[in-house]
Design a protein around this ligand. Structure first.
Ligand SMILES: Nc1ncnc2c1ncn2[C@@H]1O[C@H](COP(=O)(O)OP(=O)(O)OP(=O)(O)O)[C@@H](O)[C@H]1O
Length: 130
């Protein structure tokens, strides 16, 4: 019985291997992408603020989904950049379009996060003003 058939039989094996590759990807995006680190710290600030302002369970759920979605999109953006670099030599208008579009998707979601964050936090912050 070779490794492959073993893996087919025991899905857990394959699952753990995929998990390892995903962990490698997370290490790589953390090490190489400044934007990912900035967004991670911004996420920690958001969670601290949510704790200090005692947001509701539903608001916690929304904030957690938003923060992790920004990080996931940032990671996907990096994957697209790498794939484009792998297949392109020198300047190419389609390479530019692919990278610009991937960046735009992160920006769009970051704007959505900022708007929702403002809706959740602003009234609570204004209440603190005497
Ligand atoms: N091969 C290419 N052909 C044409 N334009 C490109 C090419 N590579 C990058 N660009 C342009 O340069 C911009 C920056 O691309 P780059 O790969 O340097 O990403 P980056 O600025 O390093 O992003 P990050 O900081 O998130 O890693 C792209 O959005 C695109 O407009």
């Amino acid at each position: 019985m070779n490794m492959d058939s073993k893996e087919t039989k025991f899905g857990l094996f394959r699952f753990l291997k995929s998990f390892g590759y995903a962990a490698e990807g997370m290490k790589s995006v953390w090490a190489t992408e400044q934007n990912f680190r900035i967004h991670s710290f911004a996420g920690i600030v958001v969670f601290l603020l949510a704790y200090m302002l005692s947001v509701s369970a539903m608001e916690w759920i929304i904030l957690i989904i938003l923060v992790f979605s920004v990080l996931a999109l940032e990671t996907m953006n990096t994957a697209i950049e790498k794939a484009v670099d792998l297949t392109t030599e020198g300047y190419h208008p389609l390479a530019k379009a692919a990278k610009d579009l991937a960046s735009a998707s992160v920006l769009l979601f970051a704007i959505c996060t900022a708007i929702v964050g403002t809706i959740i936090f602003l009234p609570k912050l204004l209440e603190l003003i005497p």
